[in-house]
Design a protein around this ligand. Sequence first.
Ligand code: TXA
Ligand code: MG
Length: 328
Amino acid sequence: MSTGSPRVLPAETGIAEAAAVLRDGGLVAFPTETVYGLGANALDARAAARIFEAKARPSFDPLITHLADAADLEKLVGPVPPAVAALAERFWPGPLTLIVDRPAEIPPIVTSGLDTMAVRVPDEPWARALIRTAGVPVAAPSANRFGQLSPTRAEHVVRGLGGAVDVVLDGGPTRCGIESTIVDARGAQPVVLRLGALALEDLVEAVGPVTVRPGSSGQPVAPGTLAAHYAPRTPLRVVAGARPAVGDGVRRGFLAFRESPADGYVAVEVLSPAGDVTEAAARLFDALHRLDAAGVTEILAEAAPEEGVGRAINDRLRRAAATWDAAG
Ligand code: TXA
Ligand code: MG
């Protein structure tokens, strides 16, 4: 556990200082449209190593490199396959991460030794200003300790990582609330490595059929897709349909998609009273952070409709639950 606290700078006024910290090899947590990232200069192997240390992240789990502009992609990696270029053109800036060949300038630690690199341009003006001002590509995983809940607010980062981060750029709550969709479009048919904030339906509309790789077994191609991940500290179970009876004395929290459950829960979070999956995704991790802090011994979570970003919500809930199944 790290002690101390990071400097928290308002995004409105903190860009220049945060960019200088990045250039000097420091760690800067910053808002993207998905979740907060823990950024380091992607050209600097020692800076990247500090990310793994701060997160207690296994060295086999590669980082995503963030760029300020889509035009920076070919400057960094050279020509990319047409399908990759088409997706970048269509969805960047935005919550889509693409797989490309790792350029020689990017040290292997960033990609955990893979000869491929994950890359995206976030749709968040402060993130882009930070990267542009730093003048370097920025490697950034989600700014949480490995396996734990992703941060959607600056205070989540401060609580989770403390003084392991030099600066937190506070840009308020993130808009999407769930990580980017990761797609490998280098082959004949695009492969979705991680469901995320770019809805599968929108991807399919743009590129036609895709393969969705759950990645829950075998090689951790995208270790964010490890079966057990994104977990609160409190055991979580996904419930379908009926809400289990309460009154057995167990202090339970309930994560509802649309409607509050019957009485008896110590803490309840409703993700979207309007039943909107996009709104629900934006509130998911914040709600889980609150339930985790509510002093309950178990969290029951209702699945979202399996459509649009609802798929990514259910993916995260299943992985959070798997952590506790795995723990027995
Ligand atoms: O929305 C997001 O993607 C956020 C924000 C900060 O951009 N970042 C994020 O990073 O979620 P992280 O590290 O929590 O998840 C990155 C995922 C991991 O599952 C990693 O294994 C996968 O991307 N990944 C990175 N490089 C890869 C590669 N070369 N091939 C396949 N998967 C890769
Ligand atoms: Mg993560």
